[in-house]
Design a protein around this ligand. Structure first.
Ligand code: ADP
Ligand code: ASP
Ligand code: MG
Length: 416
């Protein structure tokens, strides 16, 4: 008997019919003698619908009230799933985040989990109940409901698994594992049987939305065995078969060292580029530009600054596209006059494409192959950034899918 956490995403919970299938699958695991905690997302489309309603009444919704609203989607899911389980004779109980409680900081809309109390959940499990906990939400020290950012139910699930010292966290979704790239963009993308924790962390942070990045961080920090698998198979397939399916995040660092090329391609459509022109080329300038941006809690990603000519240079960086207007406001209101720069120009039609793989550490020539492949398609690279296990390029958004497809082919990722 083991304690196992299941997470079901929006598509998996997308209709009452699907919720009944989730209940059958969960019951199968419980019947096999396991203690089961389930962390569901809101039904697909629901969180978007709620955010849409908020925007209809307030252009920039108040963050506290937005969390109050957006968290309701998950409350619907947990109650329906508990009822579906009861209707097939299983004892189940649902909890909202504050009832557990899942404690977070107070950064509304992007709160971080600080601790999870396991006492109540353990009592239920010991009494033979299946426990269902809302994904995506928690409660801050003042009792306010918070949410963890889009895709946050993944993080809820892995954090709950870590708090309960579960044997495994199973992330059930609408694809049957982690692929070499998003299978919606490249039809012959290949499912990976395992992916190293480091690679998964890079892929998630570079835009692969199959797992929220913080869920991967939790999995790494607590060494929680985490598997991504399909919720759309027949719920009654043999448990042993299901338990081995999908993609396992592995913590064995050297498993892929012999591999010649890369593991996967990630992309992020929602980038924006900002260039502060003609900044004085002197110590402290980067800080004077990016300090106010950081104070406004805007994440900066790629940064490029060339050596100056005649004491002046251009300073370029990227921010999430939905923060572009705010970033421009900060720069125009407090930075430009202060440092005496030239114009500030921006582009919101850019995307980032990245190749990822721990194999890069031991193989040269990956960058040149990437750049040649893009140049053969006439795709201009506006910015480049690298780390030990990834190379990212910023390109015009209209070439993003083409870039992903030609790189997938060039690195022969469809082949095992
Ligand atoms: P859920 O609602 O279950 O959390 P998400 O939509 O958040 O599901 O994540 C699953 C989706 O992630 C898939 O449908 C797929 O389109 C996308 N995706 C992006 N990159 C990858 C990848 N490398 N492997 C698998 N799926 C990916
Ligand atoms: N329902 C939330 C969202 O749509 C959380 C999640 O699905 O993981 O972002
Ligand atoms: Mg998700």
């Amino acid at each position: 008997m083991a304690l196992i956490v299941h997470k079901y995403g929006g598509t998996s919970m997308g209709s009452t019919e699907r919720i009944r299938n989730v209940a059958r699958r969960v019951a199968k695991w419980h019947d096999a003698g396991h203690q089961i905690v389930v962390v569901p997302s809101a039904m697909s489309g629901e969180t978007n619908r709620l955010i849409g309603l908020a925007r209809e009444v307030m252009a920039e919704p108040d963050p506290r009230e937005l969390d109050m609203l957006a968290s309701t989607g998950e409350q619907v899911s947990v109650a329906l799933l508990a009822m579906a389980l009861k209707s097939i004779g299983k004892d189940a109980v649902s909890y909202a985040g504050w009832q557990v409680p899942v404690r977070t900081d107070s950064s509304f809309t992007k709160a971080r989990i600080e601790s999870i109390d396991d006492a109540r959940v353990r009592r239920d499990l010991d009494a033979g109940r299946i426990v269902i906990i809302t994904g995506f939400q928690g409660v801050d020290a003042d009792g306010n409901i918070t949410t963890l950012g889009r895709g946050g139910s993944d993080t809820s699930a892995v954090a709950v698994a870590a708090a309960l010292k579960a044997a495994e966290c199973l992330i059930y979704t609408d694809v049957d594992g982690v692929y070499t790239t998003d299978p919606r963009v490249v039809s012959d993308a290949r499912r990976l049987r395992t992916v190293t924790f480091e690679e998964m962390l890079e892929m998630a942070s570079l835009g692969s939305k199959v797992l929220q990045i913080r869920s991967v961080e939790f999995a790494g920090n607590y060494r929680m065995p985490t598997r991504v698998l399909s919720s759309l198979t027949d719920p009654m397939i043999p448990l042993e078969e299901e338990a081995r399916s999908g993609t396992l995040i592995s913590f064995e660092e050297d498993t892929h060292m012999e591999q010649a090329t890369i593991t996967g391609i990630a992309f992020n459509r929602d980038e924006a580029k900002i260039t502060v022109m003609q900044v004085p080329d002197r110590p402290g300038i980067a800080y004077q530009i990016l300090g106010p941006i950081a104070d406004a809690k805007i994440d900066v990603d790629m940064i490029v600054q060339n050596q100056g000519v005649d004491g002046r240079t251009d300073f370029t960086f990227t921010v999430p596209r939905n923060e572009y207007n705010r970033a421009m406001e900060v720069l125009n209101s407090s930075v430009k006059a202060h440092i005496g720069s030239g114009n500030i120009v921006g582009d919101t039609k850019v995307s980032k494409v990245s190749v990822v793989g721990v194999g890069m550490r031991s193989h040269v020539g990956i960058a040149s192959q990437m750049f040649r492949t893009l140049s053969e398609e006439g795709i201009n690279m506006q910015l480049i950034s690298t780390s030990e296990i990834k190379i990212s390029v910023l390109i015009d958004e209209k070439y993003m899918e083409l870039a992903v497809r030609v790189l997938h082919k060039a690195f022969e990722l469809e082949k095992a």
